[in-house]
Design a protein around this ligand. Sequence first.
Ligand SMILES: [Zn+2]
Ligand SMILES: [Zn+2]
Length: 148
Amino acid sequence: MEAHSESVHDQVSQRLRKSGLVYTAGRRQLVDLLLQFGRPATVPELLKRGSRLTQSSMYRNLADLEEMKIIHKVSGNDDHARYELTEEFIGHHHHLICVRCGAIDDFVVTSDTEHALDAALARAARSAKFTVSGHRLDALGLCARCKR
Ligand SMILES: [Zn+2]
Ligand SMILES: [Zn+2]
């Protein structure tokens, strides 16, 4: 997802400060990396690009930011844990999941489609007396590389 990095850093910093935590250089680097990827990234991918972060500090910062609900794990089609910033910071979006190589990409649909999805879900959930407050939608298929 495209997100304005300065405003994301501001929001993350505020969130941490409210909890008495500091936006350390390591945490900031990690948020920067996730913004650069613009899609859910695995730990090996993050380590390869974030050469200034050691593996142990990468894991520690991931755990800290996950606990603060600044990032979350995205479940895909394989066993790799992938991380992304939560929608609060990068906006509502969906995932394209490749069933062959496991790659995950972000995608957005038009607001008309979002409204139609919400309306359909609300109708479907009504019989269960369930109030829908949001949705997650993944599309499964083959990525461009695997399709070739
Ligand atoms: Zn693929
Ligand atoms: Zn949606």
